[in-house]
Design a protein around this ligand. Structure first.
Ligand SMILES: [Fe+2]
Length: 406
């Protein structure tokens, strides 16, 4: 039976331009000619036993093919495999399932483990002592037994020189001479893993730096207004607790927290004597203070945060029913972090002292949220009320005492 691995042509439709050799050309019906590689190229590869064994059978099979004998493309597949086996920079090994004896390894195996081909052939892989963790070896064997193949199995191997290598193993069960064997391809990913770890460390440092700078920016704003000292950090804490209680993913909680830390940054553009003046503000003064949302957007829009920080800050005085400012946005027109921030801001502001009034207390702040359901996002409002009922907002009162605002 003539097989047609990968080509799809019956043998009878193929023509060869002469005896099999390094550049034998095979004419395919309706196509340009294609050139076959001489299988002896593969057999001349260094090291591997596999490079030596299949050479004669493979060549004779190829010759038989030319001569029209009972050969098939299986031999071509063998040649391709032999070439890949010998030239691969990945470590490839074949081991017998029944006793773990290695029957084939390539040069890549030598590169990866430091063990020469003659060192390891006919030995058992576990006897060589290349596994950092023997439990991984058992886990790999279990996975193979269960599924017949394993892909991208990460583990650590020990090089002959004592150094550890992080590797990714792909393996499958094959049958050789009627016996089950494991064919495994092992790639050294140590450099890749190290670069990933360095990148993660660098990203974490960058994240901390942005967090520190954001906190510092918030403190600069508050330095102009001693009455609201700590306001943004407390709002950040309350908003984070509400966001978590809403079940939001941690990256969203972080967006809320970061925005809260600088939500009043636009007050830098408001004269400090207005910010800290006791007593009732005039309409003009109040309008001036209201510009801080847009001013905050202008300041933050020049920074490339991971979240739309500038827009969240611009919207923190918007209200769910459209009664807020600066644009009177409604419901989901307002970004979710801004809706959460709005509640946290109100709760903290009412619970704390202001230049124009004493602290109203946490109970009054919660009553405001309870009594004005239309103003606030229903999910954020529910989470806030639930937290209060469970005593999980009591830290706000404790902080007021700490900051002398009780
Ligand atoms: Fe504000």
């Amino acid at each position: 039976m003539f097989h047609h691995y990968g080509l799809g042509f019956a043998r009878s439709s193929l023509q060869f331009d002469g005896p099999w050799g390094p550049r034998t050309t095979v004419q395919l019906p309706g196509m340009e000619s294609m050139v076959h590689m001489d299988p002896r190229d593969a057999s001349q590869s260094r090291g591997s036993r596999f490079g030596g064994l299949p050479a004669e059978p493979t060549i004779s099979s190829a010759k038989d093919l030319i001569a029209g004998a009972d050969a098939d493309y299986a031999s071509i597949a063998e040649m391709k495999f032999a070439a890949a086996f010998a030239s691969s920079t990945d470590a490839i090994h074949i081991s017998r399932v029944c006793d773990g004896v290695l029957v084939e390894v390539n040069d890549g195996f030598h590169e990866l483990t430091g063990h020469s081909v003659s060192d390891v052939l006919d030995g058992r892989l576990f006897e060589i002592g290349i596994w950092e963790n023997h439990a991984d070896r058992s886990r790999l064997a279990d996975n193979l037994a269960a599924d017949g193949h394993v892909s991208g199995f990460e583990t650590a191997l020990r090089h002959k020189d004592g150094s550890a290598r992080t590797v990714s193993i792909s393996a499958r069960m094959i049958e050789l001479a009627g016996e089950p064997h494991i064919l495994a391809v092992t790639r050294d990913i140590s450099d890749h893993v190290r670069v990933e770890q360095e990148l993660a460390t660098s990203n974490a440092r960058l994240g901390r730096m942005i967090g520190d700078m954001t906190t510092t920016l918030g403190r600069i704003v508050e330095s102009r207004d001693p009455y609201t000292h700590g306001h943004q950090e407390r709002v950040a804490e309350i908003a984070s607790v509400i966001a978590r209680a809403m079940g939001l993913p941690e990256y969203c909680v972080e967006a809320v927290r970061m925005a809260a830390l600088v939500h009043d940054v636009g007050k830098l553009s408001v004269p400090s004597e207005i910010l800290s003046r006791p007593g009732k503000l005039s309409d003009v003064e109040f309008d001036l203070i209201r510009t801080h949302s847009d001013a905050g957007h202008s300041i933050l829009s020049g920074i490339d945060f991971d979240w739309p920080m500038a827009e969240i800050v611009r919207q923190h005085h918007e209200r769910h029913d459209g009664s807020g400012y600066p644009y009177g946005l409604v419901g989901e027109q307002i970004l979710l972090p801004a809706r959460i921030l709005a509640i946290a801001d109100v709760v903290e502001a009412m619970a704390s002292h202001r230049p124009y009034r004493p602290a109203l207390g946490l109970a009054a702040a919660i009553a405001e949220i309870e009594d004005q359901p239309a103003k606030y996002d229903p999910r954020a409002r529910d989470a806030c009320l639930r937290l209060h009922a469970d005593g999980d907002l009591d830290f706000i009162t404790a902080q007021r005492i700490q900051y002398g605002h009780a």
